[in-house]
Each structure stands twice: as structure tokens, then as C-alpha cells.
Design a binder for this molecule. Sequence first.
Ligand SMILES: [Zn+2]
Length: 253
Amino acid sequence: MAFACVGLFTNAYGDYFKTVGVYHVDNPTVCIMYPDETTSDIPMLKEQTFSAINEWQTKLVNATGGNWNMTSTEYPWSEHGEATVEDYPECTIFVNYIYGVENESVGRTGFDFSSSVRYYYWIEIDLNTVERKISVSLGENFNESNVEIKTEWFEIPPNDIRNIVLHEFGHGLGLEHYYVTSDCRTEECDYSPIMFGSIDVFEGLEKNVTDKDIKMLIRIYGEDGFGYPTPKWIPRTCDIQCLEVDCGNSRMC
Ligand SMILES: [Zn+2]
């Protein structure tokens, strides 16, 4: 019965959440590694990043009153530019900002839980993204016309930076993605969870952490906050029922 959630999921009804499967055994220590201030708007990054992290923490605290504290430390480029992960053994979530990667998503999160002495999540937030434009210039005759594919980089606006930090930070807390499998012709589809796997940029969207995102984190950590849930239980998949029903200690849902 302990795997009832997974059983329900294999029936392929409804939407479901996946977790990374590894989680914070202590309150996270967030290390914000700012990019070079000569090429990036640090006050803007600071504002959007803290706004996003605080939204997770506030909503978790409001939901259960548990110990969802996270400490955040900021490091200027001059201090960490040449450093490695080993130079910051206390950090369990690194937030990094990079120029952008062609043909990739606008943010990514990895993790290393292989060491017995430490673990960390590694978040990268892109500051620019590519748009390809095909430009056709017509000349006087066929020989003078040409087709050119231009790769144009665009700076990602502040609201989208915030949306991306919200999403990637959810990975940093142990969430994988929210999957929509409902038949949207007959059921209402909910694409609102911040952990839904794709995100629109340049649309002026103001995204938020939703109830489902928070409930999945509570399923991972328990109502008391970060650290081992009691009893120990690392859900890999949870469907909507598993999110909604209070499974209590039995974790049967
Ligand atoms: Zn993602």
C-alpha cells in the first residue's frame, strides 16, 4: 500500500508530480554567486532572486508553520569568479547566472549527492536567450537575393528572470516537474504549477509558486519543514490525489 501513489500514476489518469529523489537533510544554505557587475545588472538580479526565494519560503511557512528557514549568502564576482564548489563547503544550493546557452533551456539545475561528506544543488539562470530569424533579402535578380539565418541574443527581462529562479529553485529544493497528462478536451488542464516543465519568456508573465508545488514539497519533507520526514519516505511520483489527501504517517494515498 505504501506505493499506492505510484500505482495510481501508472493508470495514467490525471496529472502528477515527480521529485528528484534526493533532498535536503538540513535547512538549505543558499549561495548566490553574482556574475560580473560590469556586464550585468546586479541590483536587478538581487531583487528578482530574493523575491523568488522568499516566495517559496513564505508559502511553505504559511502552509505548515514548520521550519522552512533558508539562509542566503551573496558573493560578488570578484570573490568567487575563480573559485570552485570545494571553496564553499557550506553551500547546499548554488545560484549562478550565466550569459546563456544556445539550443538549451533558459535555466538548468544539477545536483551532486555522491559524496558522503557533502551534497549540493547547482542552479544556472540564463541572462540571455537566442531567437533565430530567417532574413531574406531580395535583390534585383536571383543572384543578388540571399537567405540568411541570423542568431540574435536577447536579454531576458526581470520578470522572466524571477520566473526562471522560481522554477529552478523548486528543483534545488528537490522537485522534478509537474506533468500534465489530462485529456485537455474533456478535463481542465492545469499548467499553472511553477514546476511545469516549460516556461514562456518575453510574454510579460508573472508566475507564482502554486498550492500543488507547495504540497509536493510537504510530501517530501513533512509538515515540520526541511530534514527527514517521519517516517523516512522519499516519494518519486505523486498524483493529484496523493497531493490532496493528507496521508499522515502511513503515507498511503
Ligand atoms: Zn525544470
